[in-house]
Design a protein around this ligand. Sequence first.
Ligand code: S3P
Length: 162
Amino acid sequence: MKIFLVGMMGSGKTTLAKKISKVLSIPHIDIDDEIEKNENLKIKDIFEKYGEEYFRELESTILEKLAEKAHSFVVSTGGGIILSAKNRAILKKENAIYLKVIPEKLKERVSVENRPLLANNKENIIKIYKDRKELYEQFKTVDITNLTEWESVAKILYQYDI
Ligand code: S3P
């Protein structure tokens, strides 16, 4: 069983992936962490030094590699993974779940720390959400806006019979 959590910055992908990993006893992989480890740089420094396009290439390469693997794991993806049509095609063949959270809640919850696209202003999350909404909604969707972390985990696992 491979599970890919997709969704906006601040939607809780990493926190919930960690919990799902515990419940199902499967490893957790965080694509941003993998990128930081491989490059030995923080995400914000990769954006600053090499630009977003370079970061997107690294992100896509990791996704491709994970999709080829046969064993079980749960992946927290970076919020922008769905921007590429190729990535969306890969994710649609996998168990990819969009964690939906209303933009006002995202704004409350998100930290600007190490999130270069927010440019130190939480308000930017609203426009990013609007720009991407349609892309996210192409995936199996679990609305977790008003749920606690454990309620969210239960909903993800039950709604899609994982
Ligand atoms: C991004 C989200 C980030 C990270 C990068 C770009 C995005 O991941 O991949 O800053 O484009 O939404 P999180 O969703 O884990 O914050």
